[in-house]
Design a binder for this molecule. Sequence first.
Ligand code: ACO
Length: 425
Amino acid sequence: MNKTVTLTYEGKQIELPVVTGSEGEEAIDISRLRAETGLITLDPGYVNTGSCLSAITFMNGEKGILRYRGIPVEQLAEHSSFKETAYLLINGHLPNRDELTQFSVMLNDHSLVHTDMKAFYQNYPRASHPMGILSSMVNALRSFYPALDTEEQIDIAMTRLLAKVRTMAAMSYKISRGHELVLPRPDLTFCENFLNMMFDTPVTPYEIKREVVNALRVFWILHADHEQNCSTSSVRMVGSARVNLYAAISSGIAALWGPLHGGANQAVIEMLTEIQTGGGGYKKAIERAKDKKDPFRLMGFGHRVYKTYDPRAKIMKKTCDELLESLRLEDPLLDVAKKLEETALSDQYFIDHNLYPNVDFYSGIVLRAIGIPTNMFTVMFALGRLPGWIAQWKESKDDPNWKIARPRQIYNGETEYAYVPIHAR
Ligand code: ACO
């Protein structure tokens, strides 16, 4: 029997259908609410609002579950390549051998960046944040590759984006350092290629280490999608106006930049460094995070959906330990992070608020060990999230119930009053 919810308002009753997802999640379908009652719903931050039906990612924040297209993220992090995971997210199924080969060929074919784009990079002020550059450069791709009309052209654009953004990220790093650009190589894997473009120089050829490639692979897979978070919702919302793929993804990159979202990985390292270099130690940081008069928050802690340990953080922490051990690296920030985590997890405030480390708590230490500069951390997140954004944009574009996103509001400003000319004010 179909479930319904009955709403009583001003003596009138209306039945609202309950929609049930494939994992048993339930939602009240309020699409007829305004037409039948004149009411809208008010839900700041969309804490209780489902914006779409989606078959891409399932997460359960109470149980710490995350699956892409049904496959647990733990299994993908253990066995899959980033390329294969990207294919899975975008196309909805794991590729067979031919499909994967075809996808690899396309990624290689589209990995070069138009040489005129170099001039843009070179003219950005030296101190520009790479996320600002990336967001505008992705938007600029529309001018260089305008063919986006047919399904085939859109398919190519999705692959082009994955291939080129990786090259563009490495390019911005090289240009910021005044180094020669390194071109992508078809003989390298997706992750190896990125590392080589970032770190190879004519003087010191880059030595590709298996452990480093593996850490990057895991980092990117763990970041590949996370259903309707702030940046993904931005991609869907901007995309709902039927803008081109590049413009929609550019808006996602801008949203991800924020320190409460993808910018947290950079903010965590800055916080740990501050604690380590004399900011009063980790106990003081815990006290500050609990003090309601202090705006300070423990970065890398807490999550809108996870009310238990973020499953990605568990894998990230393990990857971090393994990478540092295999490279024989000692990072004093890892020590600070572990003490901070241990203290927070046994503190009543963090217990009561269900605050656990999120994916970004340990990811910055992994990126540092790989050699990524701190201001590139969020760019690394964006590279990982790209397949998810593309998949979500595609799903929304093809949705038979598509509508331009247009929330309403409850106006609480001045009621009508007459204009007063300036001489009379
Ligand atoms: N440190 C201290 N207190 C916190 C923290 C934190 N990191 N996070 C939440 N709280 C407290 C809030 O002060 C609030 O307390 P109160 O109810 O006593 O007033 C309560 O927990 C709920 O906080 P909200 O901000 O309402 O929770 P929300 O779900 O809106 O926010 C968010 C989630 C933004 C991630 C938050 O936990 C936060 O700011 N964390 C730090 C930034 C961070 O790590 N962001 C990355 C998230 S993961 C990602 O985007 C990849």
